[in-house]
Design a protein around this ligand. Structure first.
Ligand code: SF4
Length: 368
């Protein structure tokens, strides 16, 4: 707790804020993107945007693993559950709409959907009920290793299949940085993902895109230091990769976790909701584990339909091209109780975070 107190120390944070202000005076407009729902939570919950000068903007990118699962893959889970097979899913995924309905809607129509905290929870329930089931596996690089370890060690019970919908943040970052219509001056790299992939995974950012990148933790001081570091590098004209979160992230990451993932999954091109196809951004089960793959075992086939409801601006919000307040439905037709798009459903969705902690752009610093 002592270390936590330091990273939330009001005086320290305000001192960094003053240093940021000084540097920012010497710079033009600066846009810094992060790609992590937890970073957006820290920024919004602690009102960090109110501590930044007007010419420094923090933009939320595609950091919510649930928001970017294509509606089509939600439909696959729904088709499976309506065929009489139980589906296990995370709470965040439960209410995410597919093209016609969510798993929560399916459950209200009598389908057997169970919300679990993790894969071991699904195994526990499966062993108890012994019912043919599918685990709807979503998440970024952080979630895949646990499942991969279970599969690699042959710990999956009979009749428990996997519907993999994992996506990878490193390829999406490459995609965003190569898009001509998104101007970004610096990147705050996701701390959780970096504990697995290692800080080195982001070294392409300064090397190829020529902009600074900082791996940051999730306390307010972490984020403020990351902003300071990016501005300093911009001022000096020396973009580098900095690991601000060295208390948790190593250069090479978690070698064991990466080995499990490589053994069990291969990378394929994957659709991202609101974004489109991104090269080598999806994890699918290798041939020798196909007997666990719900898609091939159950011959799941669904039609393509609309990803978003009319008026929903999730696609732009996921890419950092718009803010929740730019959406005409925000806190009117779309609220956390009645979400109209995926960004309002998940606790890591930008719309949901803005809705819960104020719902406006410059939420005041409120931590004491
Ligand atoms: S407020 Fe709702 S409808 Fe608007 S972009 Fe966010 S999730 Fe979509």
């Amino acid at each position: 707790m002592e270390i936590l107190r330091k990273f939330r120390d009001r005086k320290l944070i305000q001192a960094v804020s003053k240093s940021i202000e000084k540097i920012a005076k010497k710079l033009d407009y600066v846009r810094i993107m992060h790609v992590c729902g937890t970073h957006e939570h820290t920024i919004t919950f602690f009102g960090l945007r109110s501590l930044l000068p007007d010419n420094v903007e923090l933009i939320a990118g595609p950091g919510c693993p649930v928001c970017i699962v294509p509606a089509r893959e939600v439909d696959e889970a729904i088709e499976i559950v309506f065929s009489g097979i139980r589906v296990y899913t995370y709470g965040d995924m439960y209410r995410v709409p597919g093209t016609k309905m969510s798993l929560a809607d399916a459950r209200s129509e009598g389908a057997d959907v169970k919300v679990v905290y993790g894969f071991n929870d699904a195994i526990r329930l499966h062993m108890k009920d012994r019912k043919k089931s599918v685990f709807f596996a979503v998440g970024f690089e952080t979630t895949a290793p646990t499942l991969a370890a279970f599969i690699s060690r042959r710990l999956i019970p009979d009749d428990l299949m996997i519907l993999p919908s994992f996506r990878l943040t490193v390829p999406i970052m490459k995609y965003i940085l190569s898009s001509f219509d998104i101007n970004i001056d610096g990147i705050i790299c996701p701390g959780h993902v970096s504990t697995i992939v290692g800080a080195s995974a982001w070294s392409f950012i300064p090397r190829i895109s020529g902009i600074p990148a900082v791996v940051a933790g999730f306390e307010p001081l972490d984020v403020m230091l990351a902003v300071f570091s990016i501005l300093k590098m911009l001022l000096e004209g020396k973009p580098r990769l900095v690991n601000e979160y060295s208390r948790a992230v190593s250069w090479r990451g978690n070698i064991t976790a990466k080995r499990y993932v490589r053994e069990v999954f291969y990378r394929a091109d994957g659709e991202w909701r609101g974004i489109g196809r991104v090269k080598r951004s999806r994890l699918l089960l290798r041939k020798r584990f196909k007997h666990l793959d719900a898609r091939s075992r159950l011959s799941v086939s669904v039609d393509t339909g609309p990803e978003f409801k009319p008026g929903c601006r999730c696609a732009d919000i996921i890419l950092g091209k718009a803010k929740p307040t730019d959406c005409p439905l925000f806190m009117r037709a779309c609220t956390p109780d009645r979400p109209q798009g995926p960004c309002m459903v998940s606790s890591e969705g930008t719309c949901s975070i803005w809705a819960k902690y104020g719902g406006y752009e410059r939420i005041q610093w409120h931590y004491d």
